[in-house]
Design a protein around this ligand. Structure first.
Ligand code: SF4
Length: 313
């Protein structure tokens, strides 16, 4: 919830953004890790990577503002090549996306000839262009199994790769990437915290393996939301980015959301002030080089074709 003194600061910015959205025929897409004043205050569509990709593909707005990080804005641009895609802070990156480059994927293919490559959506367009299909944490198992191959190369998140491997008979060849935010959780802390509080613990599959094992539930951000809605625990601990709890708490006031959580400094680069500024200036715009775009787009579209609209990262 947003305290009243903070709301008084946000309100003029939110009013300006609403006016600019109408003037520019723009929509705002906000990832689950965005702060409540963005998520609830100005976003037209909210959710995980997959649902934002779907909304971007289905929109007829002339301008898309991605309140997330660069790879999400690139994905929106791939699906909307003729529209303006804005990322309010051009520096909003992702440690996981930076963990692998296109040359690494080419080397993996050389070492494992004929093995299809699945890339997590948390990758650059340059990496997606080298892969066969994209996936999110919500649909990774479905995508891996849909390829009909005995083995797949799965990049770049090592923990998500092991999570997928634990749920399929397909051999999963992984890469060594990790998310700096989810990597910070420690299993011993979780065990102790739950013993003290009795909280229901939900972990994202980007968390280290021992943290996942210490949790009551492991799943994507959309999976966590569905699990909370079904189970409705008295108190819950979400082992993911902090704003996720804040945003879900608005939907489930009956659940007490506990800390600790970890902040993603990349996601937190997006603010109401720079959303307003990017709409005023129509800058910074995100582009995908023409030599990458067709192949990267094909990997994203293949994911959308292989997954049902109800599936949701
Ligand atoms: S939370 Fe991790 S995976 Fe998500 S944007 Fe931040 S660094 Fe990347």
């Amino acid at each position: 919830m947003i305290p009243e003194p903070e709301w008084l600061l946000f309100e003029p910015l939110i009013a300006d953004i609403a006016r600019l959205k109408a003037e520019r025929n723009a929509i705002i897409l906000a990832h689950n890790y965005q702060t409540p004043e963005i998520f609830h205050g100005v976003a037209d569509f909210r959710g995980d990577s997959l649902s934002l990709a779907r909304e971007a593909a289905g929109s007829d707005a002339e301008v898309l503002v991605m309140c997330g990080v660069r790879f999400m804005a690139e994905t929106a641009k791939l699906l909307n090549p003729d529209r303006i895609v804005l990322l309010p802070d051009a520096r909003a990156g992702c440690s996981l996306a930076e963990a692998i480059g296109p040359q690494d994927v080419r080397e993996l293919r050389r070492r494992h000839p004929g093995v299809p490559v699945v890339c997590y959506v948390n990758t650059s367009a340059a990496v997606k262009a080298e892969c066969d299909v994209c996936c999110t944490s919500a649909n990774a198992v479905t995508i891996v199994e849909s390829l009909g191959s005995r083995s797949v190369i799965f990049v770049p998140d090592q923990y998500l790769a092991r999570f997928v491997a634990s749920r399929t008979k397909v051999e999963v060849i992984s890469w060594s990437g990790h998310c700096e935010v989810h990597q910070r959780f420690k299993a011993a802390d979780i065990v102790e915290y739950r013993a003290r509080t009795g909280a229901y613990v939900l972990a994202h599959p980007e968390c280290p393996e021992d943290v996942q094992l210490a949790a009551d539930y492991v799943g994507s951000t959309s999976g966590m939301i569905a699990e909370l809605a079904a189970r409705r625990p008295g108190s819950a601990l979400l082992l993911t980015e902090c704003s996720m709890s804040d945003n879900v708490a608005a939907v489930h006031p009956e659940i007490t959301f506990l800390r600790p959580c970890n902040l993603c400094e990349h996601m937190k680069r997006i603010t109401l002030a720079n959303i307003r500024e990017c709409l005023q200036r129509l800058d910074p715009q995100v582009e995908v080089p023409e030599e990458q775009a067709p192949r990267a787009r094909r990997a994203v579209l293949r994911m959308l074709e292989l997954t049902a609209p109800a599936a949701g990262a």
